[in-house]
Design a binder for this molecule. Structure first.
Ligand SMILES: [Fe+2]
Length: 439
């Protein structure tokens, strides 16, 4: 009894402060209150249900039960209440200091039809859920939100996200802000379930997801156990970096907190992955990572620099269209950039780390503003990247303080896959001026 009280107390006092945390030596606006989402289902009922893409026509359904005997089974079909197909999957669990996770279930279902609503039930018990698969062709819409956390700002962000339809949720790191307090991963899973059970959530890791302990020296035990992504399907050997394709869009999730130098497995995988991309088949390439390579906020200055120096040339030569990052708790949009210069063949860099974390906003920017930075604002919100066709996409950023219909920042994109000038000069740096409103 006393051990159950004293050990977590000692852990909180002595161990947690040693875990990787965000630097906090910069100005932040007060954050929202942390929401602890209660567990109000039976031990055998599924909780924390979320789905992710698994290959071109499959979905992974993930959930947790307190009951260790609950089966890893998903029943599903295209009519509510009628589950014609049954799939059996795998389960795992982990321990972290004095914490033991519930039974974590992962079940692969499919093949599924594109752009179709499916109804499903987990573990042959509990409530019915539903999701819609992404379309196989354009248009397709991605929601992008980093540094989500679990505050009342998080709830506000998710309410705005779900206020308008979309196809896939992309999260460039820092999910639960548990920072070692494992029950906060469970609370986070319950908070996001209404959103994450109805649209695929594809994530990459942030610094708050590391959670190194002596018996978990590589970290990520909770992140990897709860949020497995389709890394094997893209030839990766790590859940910390992978790629996938949705509706003629190639999306690369990079790991800011695993090795990225030129001799690393991640670098070699990225090089091979980019070489496999066929821009006739997937004219758009999006990249997500956590620590931004370009950033004029005073928060987290230079933290993405070594990764940029290692990998930027690979993305540039592949004519990646846009790079989304989190980590800095604010919104910032850059022009097309390569090696710190405006470059019409480089990616647009966007920081979208304003999902609702418990640390608050990063308010201070470097002055004078860099001409590379076209829009910057510390407000909570989310972004939408709507790809209309092979050549054009529309990016919009939505503040939580505004009504759904209000767009705080927007810009049209033209895919670099169609820029003959950029492909003719793929091995050399090309610079020229261009309009702010068409990139
Ligand atoms: Fe972060």
């Amino acid at each position: 009894m006393w051990a159950r009280i004293i050990f977590p107390l000692l852990f909180t006092i002595f161990v947690l402060p040693q875990l990787p945390q965000a630097r906090d030596d910069f100005s932040r606006q007060p954050a929202g209150q942390v929401i602890l989402t209660r567990h109000d289902r039976s031990d055998s009922d599924p909780q924390q249900v979320h789905i992710s893409l698994l290959g071109s026509d499959h979905i992974r359904v993930s959930w947790i039960t307190d009951d260790r005997q609950a089966p890893s089974i998903v029943e599903y079909g295209t009519e509510s209440g009628r589950f014609d197909v049954k799939a059996r999957g795998v389960h795992t669990s982990y321990t972290y200091f004095q914490y033991s996770s519930g039974k974590i279930h992962h079940v692969k279902i499919g093949p599924l039809e594109p752009d179709t609503t499916y109804f499903y039930r987990c573990g042959e018990s509990g409530p019915e859920f539903s999701f819609k698969t992404p379309p196989s062709t354009f248009p397709v819409e991605f929601v992008v939100v980093g540094d989500l956390g679990q505050t009342d700002w998080t709830a506000s962000t998710l309410a705005h996200v779900d206020g308008q339809d979309y196809d896939v949720f992309l999260l460039p790191g820092d999910l639960s802000y548990a920072n070692g307090h494992q029950p906060l991963w469970d609370s986070f899973g319950r908070l996001v379930e209404p959103s994450a059970s109805r649209r695929p959530w594809m994530v990459t890791q942030g610094n708050h997801d590391i959670e190194i302990l002596p018996n978990h020296p590589k970290g990520f035990v909770s992140y990897n156990s709860r949020w497995p992504m389709p890394y094997e399907e893209s030839g990766s050997t790590s859940n910390l970096y992978y790629s996938f394709e949705v509706a003629a869009t190639h999306i690369i999730m990079l790991g800011s907190y695993t090795d990225f130098d030129v001799d690393s497995a991640q670098y070699k995988w990225l090089e091979a992955d980019l070489a496999r991309v066929d821009r006739n088949k997937t004219p758009w390439i999006l990249v997500l990572l956590h620590a931004p390579w370009y950033n004029t906020n005073t928060a987290h200055q230079g933290e993405g620099e070594s990764m940029r120096q290692s990998m930027e040339e690979l993305l540039y030569k592949a004519r990646v269209d846009v790079v989304f990052a989190g980590h800095v708790h604010a919104y910032e949009r850059f022009t097309r950039v390569y090696d710190n210069e405006k470059d019409k063949c480089g990616p647009v860099y966007i920081t979208i780390g304003d999902g609702g974390n418990r640390e608050g906003l990063a308010l201070d920017y470097e002055e004078p503003a860099s001409p590379l930075s076209l829009y910057r604002e510390p407000s909570f919100g989310h972004g939408r990247f709507r790809i209309l066709n092979e050549t054009h996409a529309f990016w919009s950023w939505h503040r939580n303080n505004d009504a759904d219909a209000i767009v705080a920042d927007d810009v049209w994109f033209e895919s670099l896959s169609t820029s003959k000038a950029c492909w003719d000069t793929v091995d050399e740096q090309v610079s020229s001026s261009f309009s702010k409103d068409e990139l």
